[in-house]
Design a protein around this ligand. Structure first.
Ligand SMILES: *Cc1c(COP(=O)(O)O)cnc(C)c1O
Length: 328
């Protein structure tokens, strides 16, 4: 907890059982009540929204921005300014950060909370700041698929607000306030000591692994420059992208390209294949703000290329060759 708090430049942290639990406990600790509405992007991993439902709230989905596919800030600001939501879950999608300075300023004025879902953004910065600068709480995941993964699930809530972190620490263990007195109905969501030890060791490699991911991304960027049928999603000016995922935009024939790459032995996948409001678990439990036109377009165009620090240059070149061989 101290290691991660220092890494993010935040005062306190509470380790929990998963990134999902980090979101649920942060929402509860920030006072989310049944029926409260929370703005969140419609293009993310399901947990960004299901955590809101688990905590008793109602996700209000906003569309992503064409290009980088982070949530539309103008839509979140509309919802915050008009009082149509009680808080915001801001997702730092694919490894680069959303812009939160104005959103957090407007939310604070109105007593609304802002939580950062930084499950995909450990190591990312925006204008020199790590996640946590413009929010009440930042949530991490140590799922094995994330850049720093435990041997199984893990998560963390970080904040400068000591009281908030104390509440999360009670909620992660039955609402225990000491001496077998339980002040809230809590969860049992702990991070095993052995997992914490593993994460601590992995944090020593965070920079080297991040730089290797960025090297691989630069090779992909170059290969894509020569291709007409696909392009890399842009990195937003001011952002350091940690390349948790390397997502390309394929305006036509995404599924054919995916099949071609798989046939060449390249492990590709789609993040994400459905707007969150269409997921069966969320239907009827959420609201959609606006016409959602961009997310509907994006889900048929995005494709994730393999990226992890252990990929060799030869393997990356093989992916680039397989891409170049595809006839759109
Ligand atoms: C992985 C992830 C989560 C959930 O984390 P778990 O540790 O798998 O529970 C939440 N939000 C985003 C954006 C994620 O990528």
């Amino acid at each position: 907890e101290e290691r991660l708090a220092a890494f993010f430049g935040l005062g306190r942290a509470a380790a929990v059982g998963s990134g999902t639990d980090a979101l649920v406990l942060a929402l509860r600790a920030l006072g989310l009540e049944p029926g409260h509405k929370v703005a969140v992007t419609s293009l993310s991993f399901v947990a960004s929204a299901s955590a809101i439902v688990l905590a008793g709230g109602v996700p209000v989905f906003v569309d992503p921005t064409p290009g980088h596919l982070l949530a539309r800030e103008d839509m979140i600001l509309d919802l915050v300014r008009s009082g149509r939501v009680d808080g915001v879950v801001a997702v730092h999608l694919y490894g680069q950060m959303a812009e939160l300075e104005e959103i957090y300023g407007q939310a604070r004025k109105r007593g609304l909370f802002v939580i950062e879902d930084a499950a995909q953004a450990l190591g990312a910065t925006r204008n020199g700041y790590a996640p946590g600068r413009f929010s009440d709480a930042t949530c991490l995941s140590f799922d094995p698929t994330k850049v720093i993964g435990a041997q199984g699930s893990g998560g963390m809530v970080l904040s400068n607000d000591q009281k908030l972190i104390e509440t999360v620490k009670r909620l992660r263990y039955h609402g225990h306030a000491g001496n077998r007195v339980y002040t809230e109905i809590g969860h049992n969501s702990q991070l095993a000591t052995v997992q914490a030890a593993l994460i601590k060791v992995k944090m020593d490699h965070e920079q080297a692994w991040r730089e290797r991911r960025q090297q691989i991304a630069a090779r992909y960027d170059q290969a894509l420059n020569d291709l007409a049928f696909a392009s890399a999603l842009p990195v937003r000016p001011g952002n350091t992208h940690i390349r948790h995922k390397y997502v390309i935009d394929v305006p036509q024939g995404r599924d054919d390209l995916a099949a071609h790459l798989k046939a060449q032995g390249v492990g590709v996948s789609v993040h994400y294949s459905m707007p969150l409001f269409e997921q069966p678990c969320l239907r009827g439990r959420c609201e959609v703000y606006g016409d959602a036109s961009e997310v509907k377009r994006a889900v048929s165009r995005v494709l994730s290329l393999p990226i992890y620090p252990e990929l060799t240059d030869l393997e990356v070149d093989a992916v680039c060759r397989a891409l170049a061989e595809f006839e759109a």
